[in-house]
Design a binder for this molecule. Structure first.
Ligand code: SF4
Length: 227
């Protein structure tokens, strides 16, 4: 799939897109799903699988260890893998989960991430990204969803929509897109912007055949009817 941007069209800004998508989708309000450690483990379990499989694996892991993540940190890889097999790639993810828990324990003396809320966003991101196997997306998910911080998780939908709208360049990596998109909007709007873009990507600006004729952003989208 390629997109050809029209050079003469006045391009929509992230703030304009935010307003239009909010009008279309309604106000998205932040509510927490899990605590920080649980969100981190859920995100590791969601790598390369569906959300449903990740949820099954997460619940199975939590039940197998009675929700005591300290016990997971001490468990054998085999026992962790057995608990999460339903989510797939269990032999890869089990050592990843154990390593991340052990690393947090060794740095903090406990399994608690709420201290990150007291740090500037950039420091909180850096702290998480130094954990084994944690990249910009996982860090942003934990900070945004669990801790309510203005970090912007960029998944495949947001990455695609942002490129088509010209918010990021065609060669911008997904890792870089996190910081770029986050800076285009007010901090208190970051969570909602994430929700609006992901919903728009799933329902309208689809990967193969975007529904440009129905799109609320089409008047100023540089890729409208060109994908
Ligand atoms: S659906 Fe079409 S007009 Fe809307 S954002 Fe995607 S490419 Fe642009």
């Amino acid at each position: 799939m390629t997109s050809v941007h029209s050079p003469n069209k006045k391009q929509i800004t992230p703030r304009e897109a935010f307003r239009l998508l909010e009008r279309e989708q309604g106000v998205a309000e932040w509510e927490t799903r899990y605590d920080g450690i649980s969100e981190l483990l859920f995100t590791i379990l969601s790598q390369h699988t569906s959300d449903l499989n990740a949820l099954r694996a997460f619940e199975s892991l939590r039940d197998a260890f009675d929700g005591a993540w300290e016990r997971v940190a001490e468990a054998d890889h085999e026992d962790i893998a057995r608990a999460i097999w339903i989510g797939g790639l269990s032999r890869v993810k089990a050592p990843r989960i154990k390593a991340v828990l052990k690393d947090i324990q060794s740095k903090r003396g406990n399994l608690e991430l709420s201290f990150l809320k007291e740090l500037p966003l950039s420091e909180a991101k850096s702290w998480l990204r130094e954990l084994p196997g944690v990249g910009p997306k996982t860090a942003a998910i934990v900070l945004c969803f669990a801790l309510g911080m203005p970090a912007m998780p960029v998944d495949t939908h947001i990455y695609r929509v942002s490129k088509r709208l010209g918010f990021i360049g065609s060669k911008t990596t997904a890792d870089r897109a996190h910081d770029i998109l986050e800076a285009t909007i007010d901090p208190e709007q970051v969570f909602a912007f994430h929700v609006y873009l992901i919903t728009h990507g799933r329902q309208v600006c689809k990967a193969r055949r975007p529904l440009c004729e129905k799109c609320i952003l089409k008047e100023k989208c540089p890729s409208a009817f060109q994908v």
